[in-house]
Ligand binder design. Sequence first.
Ligand SMILES: *Cc1c(COP(=O)(O)O)cnc(C)c1O
Length: 405
Amino acid sequence: MDMNTFFKNAIDGLKEAGNYRVFCDLERKSGAFPRALRHRADGSTQDVTVWCSNDYLGMGQHPVVTAAMKEAIDRCGAGAGGTRNISGTNHYHVELERELADLHGKESALIFTSGYVSNWAALGTLASKIPSIIVYSDALNHASMIEGIRHARCEKRIFKHNSPEDLRRQMAADDPSRPKLVAFESVYSMDGDIAPIAEFCDVADEFGAMTYLDEVHAVGLYGSRGGGVAEREGVMDRLTVIEGTLGKAYGVMGGYIAASSLLCDFVRSFASGFIFTTALPPSLAAGAAASIRHLKASELERAKQRRNVEKLRARLDAHGIPHLPNPSHIVPVMVKNAAKCKFLSDLLLDNYGIYVQPINYPTVPVGTERLRFTPTPLHTDADIDHLVGALNDLWSRCALAREVA
Ligand SMILES: *Cc1c(COP(=O)(O)O)cnc(C)c1O
């Protein structure tokens, strides 16, 4: 087989289906968040405002975070120099793990090189090592959880999205003596809906199951100290494992689990994805710890973000531009057509300097294509007016349906 033909055919298939991805080549401007310089293929540049960043609070450019990272580089240099077990554990890692355990009210925490790796490694290890375990997984769980569970080759059940009733029905049908684990998220990234965490914990308790909650889209953003939705709802102690990222609201990079000392020690001791990889650079650990510490004490960023989310929703409603109602910070503007969604995104970027990535199948179901906006505390009223004005123009120009609120 000619491999080049094979690669090209596979890529052409994506292009024909409209699923081929093209990067937007951006240069983020520190101190001017959410502005960036876009580099076009022809070498020219354009000033843009980013409206789809997961740096939800702009912490990636917060002076407290960048200063901590610079100081750590000056003190410890660039890389960690090894795996955690072989010379790679730096004091900054130890401090970050303490900060995370405290954030979630757990005995311990364990950091990984990304949120993806933390889900893959923690779920993969628990589910492959615990004999005869059954894992119950929400139908809309993130790829990193699905891959971890699949890698474990354990028995698994998929329950209906955010349905404690379906979970209960499936658990009741299984052997009561087998160990069980329920894996779900708090805030779901594409629809911005939030899981009924306490109800899931009730069902898990009834059947003696462990609970594993991915708070990746919630840490830093919800709860009075940024501990996530579980903190806001006072249920952190009911979860066996809370998993999060340092790469979204905390603005840096890395992932973690927080749980009992024994569980963390178990994963630390058996997870290949933890053991056999170089530790995070000390500067990332220092920046993440500074970001977490700042957001434990400061409500300012969260309050401004909530205000901007409300403001954007109200302005969209005033123009009848349809967006999915949800209780989170994610504002999905529904286009419901893949080609139009891509077309709108291109026009917003080229003609208005607004960068928002189109979200099409397979990320969301066909017919629910959308533009996913994430207002931050640092978008201005003028940014919001400019965005809604642009959408209003394009809605008329493309004859898209409006909704009367
Ligand atoms: C982004 C994401 C992850 C992975 O986190 P990274 O730190 O980006 O690797 C895990 N779970 C969910 C739900 C996510 O959206």
